[in-house]
Every structure is written in structure tokens, then in C-alpha cells.
Design a protein around this ligand. Structure first.
Ligand code: M6R
Length: 613
């Protein structure tokens, strides 16, 4: 979950690394640090807190050099503090390491090293790596061999970057397991390494991703890749099309706000090239799907975490209703240990913005072990979830930086809708008329989302009225029930307000006891199959003095007369309604957090990519 950046070339590494870390701060923001090779020694600066503290420290006590590594941390072992911040230096000052992941055997390694006289300076597991490296160098007198020996001794999943003042012409980077990516960036006479693409996009778009079990020896002229055991690896080059400006905030106060507003664009891009409007057909070539495969599928299991899992819950409705394929949704951290019933006729479909979520990747591996077909819907280009799947739908949303996921929620809803049409078509369960209707309903979607965004000020007014609430209840039914979960998650993760979501029909089985005048109830009630049930739910809440905020179809006078506040959304096909009903809830959560003066893009205790268990 931590962010890593490294540079080797002719320029001063310090501003390049600081700039890269700034782009990665969403990955972790407990502490930050960097090391550069300066006048033949390794100089380290690090501090607890956000990157600006590190920047201030470097201003006070400057460092400069043409090679360096930096880190922004999400704490696992050891509290966020300067002594636990990376990089970690060996006791002789010759080696320095930054790390993302958990050294699972660190206690054993630490005891062994302590028995040999090493005195640890931090509480981190990472420090064992640098002491091991120092020890192995005394045996091998060669950084590459010492690095291999060290990496092979580590249990768990890691991204590691190392440097030594004894061999200043190189940086060694490695990836073991699924603790997050390591990407090597190729420049002219300069090279970059990072945990994630945005860190290096300002400098290069030509990259190579390390696979698990690979390492790279990076010099200013290139990189040589091998397995940890020393077998050479041919690099597979990718050119990243993401616009570096997409990773900037622009005119917006926060990335989250910008990303909410990008949804007209991201949904237009999601549809581009995937729909043959004339023939009313869907094209998803990257899935490698044909009639034979489609007919073989007996079950789809969607697996994901957090917001991505909520998208999967909507997907269940789409795949069952449109393609008539039994579909279940399993939280990835549960699926991986549940001994799930999947086989060669099951598709396990992972959804992930980062493509690096440890539980989701482990669920995919478990599915593969059991012989299932493994597909994914992923945003981060080149990520593990994209690479290990048999077929992948790439979200077309560009980098998502805000920790609270927004545009990477609505895009997979549309991807799942497209997938359902394609499967339904290939399996012969859709008439031409059905297909034409389903496809043509898509055409109004970006515009409908735009209309929701145009109502931001109306939502802001409600956020002002309710910003001091302590609790909130979110209710939905049917295909909008997952939107209640998603709305509640958005509110709790950035505003720290306790928010619970329920399928509205469950209220009478317990939660209605919570309702009083201090409990805002957000009821998602567009005019769909469940509309009347939602109306009666709203009546029940009002009868108990609750404050109702309804999400309703434009012009709905019945809801207007009942609810205290209304977030209006345009009428769309009910199968696409979640794409519009979620928009005001994203805006609502954003403004509440912002009005409470909270750090919207970097909420406490969270990180954007959860690459540890
Ligand atoms: O990168 P992923 O989509 O796999 O991430 C899954 C969750 O960690 C993520 O959606 C998380 O719940 C977000 N903070 C929600 O806004």
C-alpha cells in the first residue's frame, strides 16, 4: 500500500522523487522519506506525517544526487513515526532500502540478526531487509548477488527497491508476490522505478512491469531483468496512454470532486469502441469470448472488495436478468478462504480499480487453482489483476487518485451491463428487439450523469443542513440496494460519520428501532419495480419522526411530498439506474466531508491500494 519512487540519471534525483511521491501519496501518508547518493555517501531524510513535512525537512537540510529512492508509507509494523519511516539504512551506512509489503518471517530474521549483534533502529519488518543485504554483501561482495540472496530469504509479498553507495551506478528493484506493482520507466539517459505509473508519467510513458519473482538491475542506460534465481527475462514494453494532466487536481479542490465530475467523460470513454450502435451489438475483444465459451458458463462468481464489490452486486442483477446466468458475489477476502464451489464451467470475475488489491488477487489465484475461468474488470493498466486474468475489460477512466472510489465505480457498472448483453447475445437468450433496446438505452447515459452533476448545488445545500449528523441510514431495494451500501461507504470513509446500509425490506426486522428525529435516512427510490415498496418504507420512517433524504426520479411529486430533501436523478432504464442514483450520494459524501474540514482525498487510516491482507 506504500508508494515507492526511484531515479537514476544525470539530473538531481531529489525533486524528481519528491514530485513522484506527491503523485503516490494516495497510496499511504503516515510518513515519508527519501535517500540520495550524495558525495559518495547515502543521505536520508524522513519524517512522520504527510509529504509536505518531508519537503520542509529537505528544504531545511537539502540533499542532492543523481540517484535516489523515496517512499510514502501506510504503516503495518510500527507506528507512524520518523524512526519507522522508510528508507531504512544499514548499520554501516552502505545500503538503503524502501519496501512495500510485509516480511512475514521478519521475527525469525530479526532474532537471527540480533543474535549476530545487529541493533535495530525501528519497529518495522523492512529493517530486516537492509541488515540482511549488508550481511549478504560481506559474503558476496556484489550487490546483485547479495540482493538475490536477501530477496530469496523473505517470506510474504513485496515490492522492494535497494541502493548501495558501494555500487552507485545501479538501483535494484524486485517484486515478490502480490504486494503491489513495480514499474520500471525508461527515459533518455535516465531511468525510473515506482510502485505505480502516475509517479513517473511526467518523465516517461515507456514502461515495463515486473512480474512476481522478478528483479531488475537499473542503471541510467536501461534495466536488466531476471528471475530472483538468476534466469534472464525479456522485458515486455508498454506505452502508457494516460494523460499526466489526468493525475492533477486542476481547478478542483480535491481529486475526489474532480473524479466525480469526470464521470460524463469516463462513461463516454467506457462506451467508445465497445458498442456497434447500428447493429446493436457489444464488442469486448479483450475478453477472448466466443459462443462456445459463453454457452459453457454455468455460473459467474464476482469477487472484489469495497466499492468494487458493490459494483459486483449490481452486476449480479445485470448478468442474471440480461444474460440469465446464475451469478453470486463474494467479498474477495472471504472467497479466498471459503473453499468456494467453482469449476471449469464457472467464470470468476474480479473487479478492481487498482488491480493490486491483495485479497482480490488471492481470490483470482484460488479460482485458477480450482480450474475456473478467470476474468477481470480493472482500471490500472499493466496491473496484476489485468495480467493474470484469461480475459480482461479495461476500465477507461484514467488514474483515480482520491481514496474514495467514484469514477471507478460507475465504469464497471457499464462494463457489466455490456458484458451481460454480450453473454446474453452469444447464449441466444436475447431477442434482437431486447438487444436493440438495451443498447439504445446506453446512449443517454453520459448525458443523464451530466444532469446529476449539474445539480451539485442542490446536494450541497442538503449537505450543509446535515453535516453535523452522527449517524445515517441508507436504504435501497433491488438493483439500487448496492447503491445504499455504496452511498454509506462513501460517507463513512471520508466524513467519519457512522453510516449503515440496509435492504429496505429488512428495516422491520430490526433497524427501524434506530429511527428518530436525529437519524437521517437516505432512501434510494427511483421509479422502478421496487418503487411502491420504497414509498411505504419512506412513510414508515416519517411516521417515526425520521428525516428522509430521497433519491428520486425527476418530477416525482409523491416522493417530493413525503421526503424532507430530494436528490433528483433523470429517468433511465432501471438496469442502468444505479449509474445515476449513485452520483448525488458521491457528491453528498464529498461535501459533508469537505464542510467538516476533513482531508477528503486522504482519509485517516486508509490507503488507495490495499496490497496487504
Ligand atoms: O483497487 P480496488 O478496486 O481493488 O479497491 C477495493 C477497495 O479497497 C476500494 O474500493 C475501497 O473500498 C475504496 N476506498 C472505496 O471508496
Amino acid at each position: 500500500m506504500c508508494g515507492i519512487v526511484g531515479y537514476i540519471g544525470e539530473k538531481n534525483a531529489t525533486p524528481i522523487i519528491l514530485g513522484g511521491l506527491k503523485k503516490l501519496e494516495y497510496r499511504g501518508y503516515d510518513s515519508a522519506g527519501m535517500a540520495v547518493l550524495m558525495d559518495g555517501r547515502i543521505e536520508v531524510r524522513r519524517d512522520a506525517g504527510k509529504l509536505e513535512k518531508l519537503a520542509a525537512l529537505i528544504k531545511e537540510s537539502p540533499i542532492a544526487g543523481s540517484a535516489g529512492i523515496g517512499h510514502t508509507r501506510w504503516a503495518t509494523h510500527g507506528i507512524p513515526s520518523a524512526r519507522n519511516a522508510h528508507p531504512h539504512l544499514s548499520k554501516d551506512g552502505n545500503f538503503v532500502v524502501v519496501h512495500n509489503g510485509i516480511v512475514e518471517n521478519f521475527l525469525t530474521l530479526k532474532e537471527e540478526l540480533e543474535a549476530e549483534g545487529v541493533v535495530f533502529q525501528s519497529d518495522t519488518d523492512t529493517e530486516t531487509i537492509v541488515h540482511l543485504l549488508e550481511k549478504n554483501y560481506t559474503l558476496t561482495h556484489d550487490l546483485i548477488s547479495a540482493a538475490r540472496k536477501t530477496l530469496l530469504a523473505l517470506k510474504g509479498a513485496h515490492g522492494v527497491v535497494m541502493m548501495s553507495r558501494l555500487e552507485p551506478d545501479k538501483i535494484v528493484a524486485a517484486r515478490i508476490g502480490n504486494a503491489g506493482g513495480v514499474v520500471i520507466g525508461y527515459g533518455e539517459g535516465e531511468m525510473f522505478v515506482a510502485s505505480d505509473i502516475p509517479a513517473i508519467l511526467d518523465h516517461t510513458r515507456r514502461v515495463v512491469f515486473l512480474e512476481s519473482g522478478q528483479m531488475a538491475v537499473i542503471t541510467r542506460d536501461g534495466a536488466s531483468l531476471s528471475t530472483l534465481t538468476g534466469l534472464p527475462v525479456k522485458p515486455e514494453f508498454h506505452v502508457i496512454s494516460w494523460d499526466p494532466v489526468a493525475a492533477e487536481k486542476g481547478e478542483y479542490r480535491h481529486f475526489m470532486q474532480k473524479e466525480i465530475h469526470e464521470q460524463v467523460r469516463s462513461l463516454t470513454d467506457t462506451l467508445a469502441g465497445r458498442v456497434d450502435w447500428e447493429d446493436a451489438r457489444v464488442l469486448l475483444p479483450s475478453l477472448n469470448l466466443n459462443r462456445e465459451i459463453a454457452e459453457k458458463i454455468q455460473k459467474i462468481t464476482i469477487t472484489a472488495c469495497g466499492t468494487a464489490a458493490h459494483a459486483g452486486m449490481v452486476g449480479k442483477f445485470l448478468l442474471e436478468h440480461i444474460a440469465r446466468i446464475p451469478t453470486e458475489v463474494d467479498i474477495a477476502s472471504e472467497f479466498r478462504y471459503r473453499d468456494p464451489l467453482v469449476n471449469a464451467n464457472t467464470v470468476v470475475l474480479a473487479i478492481s480499480q487498482s488491480g493490486e488489491t491483495a485479497d482480490t488477487l488471492a481470490a483470482m489465484e484460488e479460482a485458477r487453482r480450482k480450474g475456473a475461468m478467470v476474468w477481470s474488470i480493472v482500471n490500472a493498466i499493466g496491473s496484476q489483476a489485468m495480467r493474470i486474468a484469461d480475459g480482461c475489460i479495461s476500465m477507461q477512466v484514467g488514474p483515480e487518485i482520491g481514496v474514495a472510489s467514484t469514477k471507478a465505480f460507475t465504469a464497471p457498472l457499464v462494463d457489466l451491463y455490456l458484458l451481460a448483453i454480450l453473454l446474453g447475445d452469444l447464449r441466444g437468450v436475447l431477442t434482437q428487439r431486447d438487444r436493440q433496446k438495451l443498447v439504445s438505452d446506453l446512449s443517454v447515459l453520459p448525458d443523464a450523469v451530466g444532469r446529476c452533476l449539474d445539480r451539485e448545488n442542490e446536494v450541497l445545500a442538503v449537505a450543509r443542513a446535515l453535516k453535523d449528523t452522527r449517524d445515517a441510514l441508507y436504504l435501497g431495494r433491488g438493483i439500487n440496494m448496492p447503491i445504499a451500501y455504496e452511498g454509506a461507504l462513501k460517507l463513512k470513509e471520508i466524513s467519519y460519520i457512522h453510516a449503515e446500509a440496509y435492504p429496505a425490506g429488512e428495516m422491520k426486522h430490526g433497524p427501524i428501532a434506530l429511527v428518530d428525529k436525529d437519524m437521517p435516512v437516505v432512501a434510494i427510490a427511483p421509479q422502478d419495480l421496487w418503487y411502491d415498496k420504497m414509498i411505504s418504507q419512506i412513510e414508515q420512517v416519517k411516521a417515526r419522526g425520521g428525516v428522509v433524504v430521497a433519491v428520486a426520479t425527476e418530477g416525482d411529486q409523491r416522493v417530493e411530498s413525503l421526503a424532507d430533501h430530494v436528490f433528483w436523478v433523470p429517468r433511465v432504464n432501471w438496469l442502468l439506474a444505479p449509474v445515476v442514483t449513485v452520483i448525488p450520494l458521491q457528491i453528498f459524501a464529498y461535501h459533508i466531508a469537505s464542510l467538516r474540514g476533513l482531508d477528503v482525498d486522504q482519509p485517516r487510516n486508509l490507503a488507495k491500494s490495499v496490497t496487504v491482507e
